[in-house]
Design a protein around this ligand. Structure first.
Ligand SMILES: [Fe+2]
Ligand SMILES: [Fe+2]
Length: 244
C-alpha cells in the first residue's frame, strides 16, 4: 500500500446565515497544503438544499485541490427537493473511489425532507459489491450509525442502523466516515473504526466544540493514523493510531 492521505470534511453548511467565510478560507488553504489523495465530504454541504446554496457549495468545493473527491448528501441537502440538485451538480449520491488498495464507497443516507437517516435495503447489494475485496475498505455516509455523546438526546440515527452495522461487520469494513452531529468522535466496534467529523466551517456548533475536520493517513503495512485538525488554527491533534 502506498501512503494515502485523506481529508475528511463534513457539514460545511454553505449558506448566508451560518457559513463562516473566515474559517472557509482557512480550511481551503490548510487542505490544499496537505495535498491529499482524496477529500471526503460527508454531507450537509448546504443549509436548506436551495439552488443558490448548492451553486456556492459547488464553487467552494471546486477550490479544494484533490484528484479524488467522495461527496455524499446530508439531510440538509435533501430538503426542498435538493436531492435532485445534488444529482445535477455532483453526478452521483453513491460515489466509489479506488486509490491503490484503498476503496472508498459513499452512500446516501438522507431522505427528501426528513432528518432521519435511512440507508435502505436497496443500497445493501451496492455496498456488498464494492466492499467485498481485500482492500482497505472505507464507507462514507452522512448519518451516525452509533450515537455520539454530548449531542443531546438521540435522534436521526439511520432507521436501519442495526442491519447496516451487521452488513459492514460481515464485510470487515475498516473505517466508516460520518458527520451530521457536528461533534467529532471515534468509536471502535467489531474491529471497525467509526470516525465522526465535526463541522469544518459553520457556526452551527454544539456548546463550545470548535470547528474541525479529520486528516487520515494510511501507510504501507496498513498503519492507520487519524488526526483532528482545528479549522481556526490548522493544528493537528493525534486522535487514534493502529496497525491493522
Ligand atoms: Fe449538519
Ligand atoms: Fe445533518
Amino acid at each position: 500500500m502506498a501512503r494515502v492521505k485523506i481529508v475528511h470534511l463534513s457539514d460545511i453548511h454553505v449558506s448566508r446565515q451560518y457559513f463562516s467565510d473566515e474559517l472557509g478560507e482557512k480550511v481551503i488553504r490548510q487542505v490544499n497544503q496537505m495535498e491529499p489523495s482524496c477529500v471526503v465530504l460527508s454531507g450537509d454541504l448546504t443549509d436548506d438544499g436551495y439552488y443558490p446554496e448548492y451553486v456556492e457549495a459547488k464553487s467552494y468545493i471546486d477550490r479544494i485541490e484533490a484528484e479524488n473527491k467522495v461527496i455524499v448528501p446530508g439531510n440538509h441537502d435533501s430538503r426542498n427537493a435538493g436531492d435532485k440538485l445534488f444529482d445535477e451538480l455532483f453526478s452521483t449520491r453513491y460515489p466509489v473511489c479506488t486509490l491503490d488498495d484503498v476503496k472508498i464507497v459513499g452512500v446516501d443516507s438522507s431522505e427528501p425532507d426528513l432528518d432521519d437517516g435511512h440507508i435502505g435495503r436497496i443500497a445493501y447489494p451496492f455496498i456488498k459489491e464494492n466492499l467485498s475485496g481485500e482492500d482497505f475498505k472505507i464507507l462514507v455516509l452522512h448519518h451516525h450509525l452509533i450515537p455520539v455523546p454530548d449531542t443531546g438526546r438521540e435522534r436521526n440515527i439511520p432507521v436501519d442502523a442495526g442491519d447496516v452495522l451487521k452488513l459492514i461487520s460481515e464485510l470487515r469494513v475498516d473505517l466508516v466516515l460520518c458527520g451530521h452531529k457536528h461533534v467529532p468522535w471515534l468509536w471502535v466496534l467489531n474491529g471497525i473504526v467509526f470516525l465522526y467529523a465535526g463541522t469544518a466551517t459553520t457556526l452551527r456548533i454544539k456548546a463550545h466544540i470548535e470547528q474541525s475536520y479529520n486528516y487520515i493517513e494510511l501507510e504501507p503495512g496498513r498503519e492507520l493514523t487519524i488526526y483532528r485538525v482545528s479549522s481556526a488554527t490548522g493544528q493537528k491533534k493525534l486522535v487514534y493510531k493502529i496497525q491493522l
